[in-house]
Design a protein around this ligand. Sequence first.
Ligand code: T6T
Length: 315
Amino acid sequence: MIGTVVSVGALLVSCSGQVGDSGGNDSKKLVLIPGVADEPFYISMQCGAQEQAAKLGYKLDTQAPTKFDAGSQTPVLTGVVANKPGGILIAPTHATAMANPIKQAKDSGIKIVEVDTALDDTSVAAASISSDNKKGGELAAQTLAKLVGEKGPVLVINTKAGTSTTDARAQGFEEAVKNYPGIRSLGVQYNNNEAAQAASIVTATLAAHPDLAGIFATNLSSAEGAATGLRNANKLGQVKLVGFDASPKQVEDLKAGTVQALIAQDPAGIGAKGVDQAAAAIEGKPVTRKIQTDMIAITQSDMEANSKYFYKRKC
Ligand code: T6T
């Protein structure tokens, strides 16, 4: 599956947006609330969203929390709601802890679209756009299995429990890895979305399991940190690393052979499609409740051909 675009397309679950219930909100204004500020995945999402908003005649602002957690994201959301935009595109940082603040935003007449992450409660957002994250985890397991010759202990480094996307990736990986009898999963460890913690997890795991064969890092911070941990332990190339996402640093790591494969998503596409759905909801047109965007596994040998999937630091 290396180099294969996993295109799942839109799941056509359509329903009608309601017309005329915007309660005095500025119907031409959208706000994007990413999971955290200054991170290439969300910057690329913002670029795609801005471009699409301009095409459709909407104004799009971005307000980002400084930390990837519900405690930081909630006050940002509350501040945005007070300004009454027509729609909010939000990446909820927790599948349940963000439910009440997002419901309140919806109840004030603002159309809600989930971008990337989602709430467990599917009744809140008008639409939800993301990769097929479980399938991405399965793709990571197949890719890592090939790299380790289908044997040895492997570890999953995840970001924060309660993040819908990365939890689905870890689940997909753990299920798919069971298809390889020679591979033993050491389970999932959490890095709190801090690269330094991911590096420490690698150091501690190597001390306990010097025969560690491979690592699946479920997102950018996990993968950047895992690469640092392997570098510090002089295990580069010996322990195979498959990471989700394609930040500039992850791409450097792939080029250097520190990481063997990256599973890139389409954050700009997620942002653009999020704007389409928010505009449709505001204008009372049909919306598509669940849309899945592309992912691709990229290795050193095909990285040049796939450079369009690399994430950006600025638009
Ligand atoms: O992997 C992306 C995103 O899909 C995930 O929900 C959270 O982490 C990232 O933003 C990368 O850091």
